[in-house]
Design a protein around this ligand. Structure first.
Ligand code: RNT
Ligand code: ZN
Length: 421
């Protein structure tokens, strides 16, 4: 066990060391405490949802792995998320998908109501968590043809428009109840496996559907709409209706939040460089922080160069009031509670590193045209004593220090998850 006094000692030395670089550690940790990360509920049950237990995961999504102990009920999922949240410093949010509704009998997705999320809302209120929301336009017979909001079948299209409208009503209710705007992210899987001859038609239909959905005004203090693009998915390799250009144009024209998912671009294309570009034209962003490995594989977020670059952009640009950070991955090959903890702690640590950057100095040398110093100082900054500040931050926020959280997950796995059939 690391002793508290040792943590305190190295922290004091770190404060001094950062101070020499012109960095105020207390200001950095205070800023970090104000940044919530939205934890995706779907990591806990491999994007299963609770409406038709046993239904196939659709929309070209794939959760690979068969690690035992996934959550089977809403109570189990809440317990698992509660466990994960207790191992992460700070106050955060929970991201729900519509098919995590709790209904006594089957309720069609276009008939969902706030009441079907009462247990989630009460739980979040009691824990002081914000909640975000998503229409579920996949894993459903009406999505079986591969088209939802862009379907040429008017019955199908209407159904999904109604579903999105129902979701926005639910989100507005959630935001009002919890006193914190709910970000509603609209993602659809629509696309073709093979080369289409009409790329325009489905996009015109999607535009019309979005117009119908957003024609109903919601209170911006309670609900914020986001739209999420994608380059390709499994089964939509050749064409995705909701491409980056499509939603970028729509979000800019209609002043919606744009959702950038780190796994939704060409493998060498990064979202960190997009943040300052698109924020010139859209009111805000939702980030789906993810980690693609060779493709949009939704691996657990780790402290990669790109994660650091995302955090740096958010902090350097002072964008955090306009950017909502959500995680989006689903790994079924490791303990699912650990997957949340690893990804969220990595995200927070990357933000802390960004807040601790000797930015004044870096900016000064860049403006002076001294690119030698810029590169040199950026490299030196990488080995400043971040770990000492992070450990102290965890301690101050009553979260386990270092890998101590892993013992708690192992104990939880033994006592709770391993007992699930
Ligand atoms: C799919 C999108 C989308 C989903 C979630 C479950 O490629 O990234 O955000 O992962 O809605
Ligand atoms: Zn996503």
């Amino acid at each position: 066990m690391t002793s508290e006094s040792a943590i305190e000692k190295v922290y004091q030395l770190a404060v001094e060391r950062y101070g020499e670089m012109g960095v105020d550690v207390a200001a950095a940790t205070k800023a970090l405490a104000g940044v919530p990360v939205s934890l995706q509920c779907w990591q806990g049950d491999d994007v299963g949802g609770f409406e038709n237990a046993g239904g196939e995961l659709g929309g070209g999504l794939a959760a690979t792995g068969n690690y035992p102990g996934k959550a089977r009920t809403p109570d189990e999922l809440r317990a698992d998320m509660g466990k994960a949240l207790s191992l992460i410093p700070g106050k955060h949010r929970v991201n729900l998908h519509a098919f995590y509704a709790e209904t006594r009998t089957r309720v069609e997705r276009n008939r969902l109501e706030p009441a079907h999320f009462a247990a989630w809302i009460d739980w979040a209120a009691q824990k002081g968590l914000g909640v975000d929301f998503n229409p579920t336009c996949f894993s459903h017979p009406m999505a079986a043809e591969g088209f939802t909001l862009s379907s040429r079948d008017e019955g199908v299209r209407k159904f999904w428009v109604e579903h999105c409208l129902a979701c926005r009503t639910i989100a507005e209710h959630i935001g009002r109840r919890l006193g914190s705007a709910c970000v509603t992210n609209h993602w659809i899987p629509d696309g073709y496996k093979d080369i289409p001859v009409d790329r325009l038609g489905p996009r015109q239909i999607l535009r019309k559907s979005l117009d119908e959905i957003f024609a109903v005004k919601t209170d911006l203090a309670c609900n914020l709409d986001a739209i999420e693009c994608k380059l390709f998915g499994i089964g939509s390799e050749s064409y995705v209706v909701g491409s980056h250009e499509f939603y970028m144009g729509y979000a800019a024209t209609n002043q919606k939040l744009l959702c950038l998912d780190a796994g939704h671009f060409h493998p060498t294309e990064v979202i960190s460089d997009k943040i300052s570009s698109v924020l010139e034209f859209v009111p805000g962003l939702l980030l789906h922080v993810s980690r693609g490995v060779r493709w949009d594989s939704d691996h657990v977020v780790i402290g990669s160069d790109e994660l650091q670059a995302i955090a740096q952009e958010l902090v350097r640009g002072n964008f955090l009031s306009r950017v909502h950070i959500g995680l989006d991955y689903f790994d079924a090959s490791i303990n699912r509670v650990a997957a949340w903890v690893i990804g969220t702690r990595s995200m927070l640590k990357a933000l802390l590193a960004a807040f601790l950057e000797p930015i004044a100095k870096l900016r000064a040398v860049e403006i002076a045209g001294d690119f030698t110093a810029r590169l040199a100082l950026l490299e030196e900054a990488k080995s400043l004593p971040l770990g000492a500040v992070w450990d102290h931050y965890c301690l101050a926020h009553a979260a386990p220090v270092g890998a101590a959280w892993l013992d708690e997950v192992k104990a939880y796995e033994k006592a709770v998850q391993s007992k699930r059939g």
